[in-house]
Design a protein around this ligand. Structure first.
Ligand code: TMP
Length: 230
């Protein structure tokens, strides 16, 4: 294998994608694959610093364009430091959020002009598009209620800078605090992307138990990626 697989998980708040990213990585490791689980914003030391800044709920609201530029900067570093080297070494990279989150949070719901986001994508992502994107779909109300309750630490990632363990229920980030209409729009945005790019994206119903969702995710990965190499 000269280049590995790039798998991304996307979805609204509380969709369970971090849990599923971790479970898929365990399953792939059992099958003998070399797997890197990472996340955005973040995933490299520099990008993790930007994450803290971008998601800080105590900062005054900044414009969606300023946010999009910071996400792009974090992504450029993450791609160079972690994603591209891991793929070039033939590994599987599983990323908790990636370009579709920018399209949806800053574009669809945040109203940054699509042509600006497309330009940023061309500059930053270039040819490193995900091979497979799993959208975990959940009604906004259900996801927000889950997000408010969760007390787990974020999925870690950057090799040299682990975020401190904190009770996440006490730490709403700047997007979790947006109103229900915003979160409903996010859900629509992810579904729309999946509809427009069916070769890359698959939507999974996230309202079921983590085991059921993990079973679906595994079947999708087998059908879309593993069968190619059989
Ligand atoms: P997380 O808590 O699921 O890790 O996500 C971090 C937050 O950042 C989440 O509210 C979505 C948001 N986000 C964007 O707005 N744009 C992006 O490009 C990314 C990657 C995340």
């Amino acid at each position: 294998m000269t280049s590995g697989w790039f798998i991304t998980f996307e979805g609204g708040e509380g969709s369970g994608k971090s849990t599923q990213a971790k479970r898929l990585s365990e399953r792939l490791k059992e099958e003998g694959h070399s797997v890197t689980v990472t996340r955005e914003p973040g995933g490299s030391p520099f990008a993790e610093r930007l994450r803290t800044l971008i998601l800080d709920p105590t900062l005054e609201t900044h414009t969606p364009l300023a946010e999009a530029l910071l996400f792009a900067s974090a992504r450029a570093d993450h791609l160079d430091q972690v994603i591209r080297p891991s793929l070039a070494a033939g590994g599987v990279v599983i990323c908790d959020r990636f370009l579709d989150s920018t399209r949806v949070y800053q574009g669809y719901a945040g109203r940054v002009e699509p042509r600006l986001l497309e330009a940023l994508e061309l500059i930053v992502v270039q040819h490193t598009k995900p091979d497979l994107t799993i959208v975990i779909d959940i009604p906004a109300e259900v996801g927000l209620a889950r997000a408010a309750l969760r007390m787990e630490a974020p999925v870690h990632t950057a090799p040299s800078e682990k975020p401190p363990k904190q009770p996440r229920g006490l730490l709403t980030d700047r997007f979790e605090t947006r109103d229900l209409a915003f979160h409903k729009k996010l859900r629509e945005g992810f579904i729309e992307i999946a509809r427009l790019e069916p070769q890359r994206c698959v939507v999974v119903d996230g309202q079921r138990s983590p085991d059921e969702v993990a079973r679906d995710v595994w079947s999708i990965v087998q059908a879309r990626l593993l069968s190619d190499t059989a």
